[in-house]
Design a protein around this ligand. Structure first.
Ligand code: AMP
Length: 249
């Protein structure tokens, strides 16, 4: 089995995000970037499947500008075998990214695509779903467990009502939720080894994908500043405020 893990380069989750002065987007110049946390979980799970003897190869793919190669390198330092960088400076919407991932998966003959459930910058939560539809493959979204078996994969999904156990056939698409695993740190020797691992570079056009956007970003604003809290004298006043001021009970 070959596993493909699509990863996105986003602003590091520990950095305070600042909106650009002209409200066209968020500031990314000279800002620390990192692999999207849900993508790290996806890479970790693919590596665990490989280490358990279920896969021969784990391939990392990222679509984005030149620097996206650094994020692929992070996945290689965690232990993935090689990378595919689909280079473009254009803004990419989930449908275009899903088309790119499909093209790479078809070309590489991947049996399983493990994505993050969501990218923490745009919060789309769309790419995995669109990919499964385009590929006409079963989708296991928000998984907190996956096991390979003779009929495909036994997965557990995190849903509002609790946990849902499903069996999906192979080939498949799954998206990783927070509790799937705790991603490993790349060790120094593995960071050094990763420098020698191959990354194929190509454009969306090389894969037959046209970058066409359907959404226009109208305006990006800072969230409103939080109002100061109020000290209450006791439970009675608290209940009164919740009832009459906040009107939540
Ligand atoms: P989203 O639909 O944007 O919330 O992203 C969900 C998942 O799609 C991410 O966790 C990645 O696995 C994948 N993904 C999103 N954007 C990219 C990208 N530019 N390159 C590769 N994979 C991506």
């Amino acid at each position: 089995m070959k596993i493909l893990v699509p990863v996105k380069r986003v602003i590091d989750a520990n950095i305070r995000v600042r909106v650009k002065a002209d409200n066209t987007g968020v500031e990314t110049a000279n800002v620390k970037m990192a692999m999207n946390p849900f993508c790290e979980i996806a890479v970790e799970e693919a590596l665990r499947l490989k280490e358990a003897g279920h896969a021969e190869e784990v391939i990392i793919v990222s679509a984005g500008p030149e620097k996206a190669a650094e994020t692929i390198r992070t996945g290689l330092a965690m232990g993935a075998d090689r990378g595919v960088h689909v280079q473009t400076d254009d803004r990419l919407e989930p449908l275009t990214i899903a088309k790119i991932i499909k093209a790479v998966s078809d070309k590489e003959g991947c049996d399983l695509v493990v994505l993050g459930k969501q990218s923490i910058d745009d919060d789309n939560n769309q790419t995995g779903q669109m990919l499964a539809a385009l590929m006409e493959r079963p989708l296991g979204s928000y998984i907190s467990k996956i096991e390979k078996n003779d009929n495909g994969f036994a997965i557990t999904r995190e849903i509002d009502a609790g946990l849902e156990d499903l069996q999906i056939s192979s080939p498949a698409v799954v998206t990783a939720d927070l509790r799937l695993n705790e991603p490993r740190y790349a060790s120094l020797p593995n960071i050094m080894k990763a420098k020698k691992k191959p990354i194929d570079a190509m454009s969306p056009a090389d894969l037959g994908v046209e970058v066409s956007n359907r959404l226009t970003v109208v305006k990006v604003d800072e969230p409103p500043a939080r109002e100061a809290g109020v000290m209450v004298s006791g439970a009675e006043e608290l209940v009164d405020k919740l009832k009459n001021d906040a009107k939540v009970i």
